[in-house]
Design a binder for this molecule. Structure first.
Ligand SMILES: C[S@@+](CC[C@H](N)C(=O)[O-])C[C@H]1O[C@@H](n2cnc3c(N)ncnc32)[C@H](O)[C@@H]1O
Length: 311
């Protein structure tokens, strides 16, 4: 089964794998595409910890990584809790950490997960299937105001008010249950605004906004990145790959804040940013893997202030 093609894999390896006997944490294991290359590079001296909130991803990656299983730990969990999860495993300091944000191709293309408007699925969009709130709940229960704020904030959708208004009108006639019902509502709103020709499908932004809301993606990101830097060892590296501007903005500003001299003096540690500008995939990679086209990578290295004990 094709699960996912890892993005900017060689750059990730070059940046975060700094020593063979290090401990590496992949916070977004997915199909294990980055993880398998990391473990190949460090096996058997090093150790890899893989984390994902999606049990299907873990099952697939477990199979894929089984030749290295004595040096691999896989955990089902949210990277929001990464510090706690590491403590439970007994690890305090990590050599390299990867966040490859968003969805895997497997999730996006799955006929049952409801992330894509290309197929007619139940409106779900939960990455963690044990959670209760799904996209169907949001669409059918949030107030009109909450919906338009959501579409504006997380989708940067210019017709958010009209779309929210039509959703509330339509759901009075009957529950909006499927991805194609929602996609049609959005497409009709665009058509009414005489936007019949589009570069990206009109429902893209609304679907992005719902996905972010259902999985609480942006609220947890800043804190998770800060915790990740906290658990890095000296000169340990963090690498973040994002696929839309809202995520990239959080990655950029969080690293910038952690790199400020005041932060370093106050907390005893911070980061040195290694990617002054975001790092992009090559043209060849984008040609071969369309998903890579929106990727941006940022990398930083942990530094301590003078005279601080480095644990
Ligand atoms: C882009 S995919 C990673 C693909 C992987 N790097 C590969 O090459 O196969 C992102 C993965 O991160 C997971 N994920 C997203 N947010 C998460 C979170 N807050 N905690 C844990 N896993 C998360 C998703 O379930 C998905 O499997």
């Amino acid at each position: 089964m094709h699960f996912h093609t890892p993005v900017m894999c060689s750059q990730v390896l070059n940046y975060i794998v700094t020593k063979k006997n290090g401990i590496y944490l992949d916070c977004t294991l997915g199909g294990g595409g980055h993880s398998i290359e990391i473990i190949k590079k460090i096996y058997p001296e090093g150790l890899l910890i893989g984390l994902d909130q999606d049990k299907e991803a873990l099952e697939f990656a477990r199979e894929r990584l089984q030749d290295y299983q004595d040096r691999v730990f896989l955990i089902k969990g949210n990277f929001r809790d990464l510090k706690l999860l590491l403590q439970e495993l007994g690890y305090k300091q990590i050599t390299g950490i990867l966040f490859d944000l968003g969805l895997s191709s497997h999730q996006l293309e799955s006929k049952t997960r409801g992330f894509s408007f290309q197929e007619d699925n139940r409106l779900d969009m939960r990455m963690d299937l044990s959670k209760e709130t799904d996209a169907c709940f949001v669409v059918n229960n949030y107030s009109e105001k909450d919906l338009w704020e959501l579409f504006s904030k997380y989708g940067e959708e210019r017709f958010s008010r009209s779309i929210a208004r039509v959703i509330v009108r339509e759901r009075k006639k009957g529950k909006i249950k499927t991805t194609s019902q929602l996609a049609k509502i959005v497409t009709d709103v665009y058509a009414r605004h005489k936007k019949n020709r589009w570069r990206i499908h009109p429902a893209t932004k609304v679907f992005q906004a719902l996905r972010i809301e259902v999985n609480n993606e942006l609220n947890i990101l800043k804190r998770a990145l800060e915790e990740a830097v906290d658990v890095l060892e000296e000169q340990g590296r963090i690498c973040i790959i994002s696929y839309h501007s809202l995520e990239d903005r959080i990655a950029k500003h969080t690293l910038k804040d952690l790199a400020k001299q005041e932060h370093i003096v106050l907390n005893g540690y911070g980061v040195k940013i290694l990617s002054k500008k975001p790092i992009y995939p090559s043209e060849d990679e984008v040609r071969e893997n369309r998903r890579a086209r929106s990727a941006k990578m940022r990398v930083a290295e942990k530094v301590f202030s003078e005279g601080v004990s480095k644990r």
